[in-house]
Design a protein around this ligand. Structure first.
Ligand SMILES: Cc1cc2nc3c(=O)[nH]c(=O)nc-3n(C[C@H](O)[C@H](O)[C@H](O)COP(=O)(O)OP(=O)(O)OC[C@H]3O[C@@H](n4cnc5c(N)ncnc54)[C@H](O)[C@@H]3O)c2cc1C
Length: 250
């Protein structure tokens, strides 16, 4: 997004896509281009922008499951006082990298993952199996859940160890984010395996969907689809791996 100086203000033009909950926000921070010469990163500045500024338009992007969480935000000649810049001109990328450590590293995911695993156990215990009994009687299902439990416990120890030092998250943010995203996707995939073809009855009003089990399946399918993005938002898995390779493995 371009930010052109105009007296004591900048004039912003451009757009910011994939902005979660922008329709609820009253402020947004933007990385804007204030210079074109030199290294590309050195021309980025960090601005705080009030969402009620004239010239801002928020357009919804619906998810695969039809929910409105994401938006594209358009800026047309939006006037932002220079006093709302954080740091000096050109320091935006340094500030953004510092913030990203917290976005990635502050997602302490072992607690919600432990809850999701308990729900997985409940789901297996209450879903009819292929023969008699439930999916909990299926050895492969129990082995899969046990493996996931082991990984979640390891993640919890890694999170505690990162917190213990009291320092900034640093490179720990990269491997915690990578593992947590992979784990939540694995948990949701396991739920799909347990539900089997029942998971396909996801649309409200589809044949069989109004039954309690149909509605429950719809909830799991929604979660499964939404968490496909866990390895994208907050920085993709490929980028986390590259940072781990460069900063930790050498
Ligand atoms: C559900 C969702 C919510 C989001 N919410 C927000 C939000 O609230 N605020 C916000 O600012 N952003 C948000 N985002 C944007 C998100 O942070 C970016 O989509 C993400 O960082 C990836 O950037 P990109 O889309 O530009 O992908 P690109 O950088 O274009 O990457 C495309 C593909 O190429 C790969 N790739 C790119 N560069 C390299 C490289 N150097 N080496 C190896 N592989 C590479 C990536 O891993 C990826 O697979 C959200 C995205 C999603 C999907």
């Amino acid at each position: 997004m371009r930010a052109d100086p105009d007296g004591e203000d900048y004039l912003l033009n451009g757009s910011k896509t994939w902005t979660t909950h922008a329709h609820h926000a009253n402020w947004i921070f933007c990385l804007v281009r204030t210079a074109r010469e030199g290294k590309p990163q050195a021309g980025i500045s960090f601005l705080l922008v009030s969402m009620d500024s004239p010239g801002i338009e928020v357009r919804p992007i619906l998810t695969t499951t039809g929910e409105h969480e994401l938006n594209e935000v358009f800026f047309s000649d939006v006037r932002v006082p220079k006093s709302q810049r954080v740091g000096d001109e050109g320091q935006g990328w340094t500030i953004a990298k510092y913030l990203l450590e917290f976005e990635r590293g502050s997602l302490i995911e072992s607690a919600p993952l432990t809850r999701a695993l308990q729900e997985l156990v409940d789901l297996a215990r209450s879903t009819p199996g292929d023969g008699c009994g439930t999916m909990w009687d299926d050895q492969a299902t129990r082995r899969c859940i046990a493996e996931l439990e082991g990984r979640v416990e390891c993640l919890a120890y890694a999170e505690l160890s990162a917190l213990e030092g009291g320092d900034e998250p640093g490179s720990a943010a990269n491997y915690l984010k990578l593992e947590a995203a992979d784990l939540i996707q694995s948990v949701e995939e396991a739920a799909m395996q347990i539900l089997g073809p029942g998971a396909l009855r996801m649309k409200q009003g589809a044949p069989g969907a109004p039954s309690p089990s149909g509605e429950r399946a719809a909830g799991y399918v929604t979660r499964y689809l939404n968490f496909r993005a866990a390895s994208i938002y907050g920085g993709t898995a490929e980028i986390q791996r590259s940072l781990i390779a460069r900063n930790l493995l050498g």
